[in-house]
Design a protein around this ligand. Structure first.
Ligand code: SF4
Ligand code: SF4
Length: 146
């Protein structure tokens, strides 16, 4: 009989312990947001979708060669009148080639940042964009050439 009541008390105690946690979090400040109505601010170092500004690109192919998953497809055409582009150090560089194709397959990209890190002109960068869902694989190939 004593054993029976002991068990009831133990069970009640465990329910109360669980309820204590539930009540604590019920009144606590929420840590989630009502997406998509509400959106959280991405942190400064957040790595989102890779983007490219082809006006800055000098077609050096560094990003193509460093990309570990080969998700960048870039083509350039020799330009008759090379434009000048500023590099990361603020020095002018000749853009001998004009970009004719700059595709990034974001379905393959692992957001490692190698491309952006070594790009001399900061033409390729990791944006804060992260809403990349699509209905087809083709839509996941982003075309940046103008
Ligand atoms: S590393 Fe930069 S400049 Fe070179 S091809 Fe890639 S985007 Fe263009
Ligand atoms: S972030 Fe990494 S995986 Fe994505 S395109 Fe750049 S080098 Fe390739």
């Amino acid at each position: 009989m004593i054993k029976y009541f002991k068990q009831i008390i133990t069970e009640l105690w465990s329910i109360l312990k669980g309820m204590k946690i539930t009540i604590k979090y019920f009144f606590a400040k929420p840590t989630t947001v009502q997406y998509p109505e509400e959106r959280i601010q991405m942190t400064e170092r957040f790595r989102g979708m890779v983007k490219a500004d082809t006006d800055k690109c000098i077609s050096c192919l560094y990003c193509v060669n460093i990309c570990p998953v080969s998700c960048i497809d870039l083509e350039g055409e020799k330009s008759d009148a090379p434009a000048k582009v500023m590099n990361k150090e603020g020095k002018a560089m000749k853009r001998i080639k004009t970009v004719t194709k700059f595709d990034v397959n974001i379905a393959q990209c692992i957001q490692c940042g190698f491309c952006a890190e070594g790009c001399p002109t900061a033409a390729i960068y990791l944006s804060k964009e992260h809403e990349n869902s699509a209905l087809s694989r083709e839509e996941l190939i982003k075309h940046y050439a103008k």
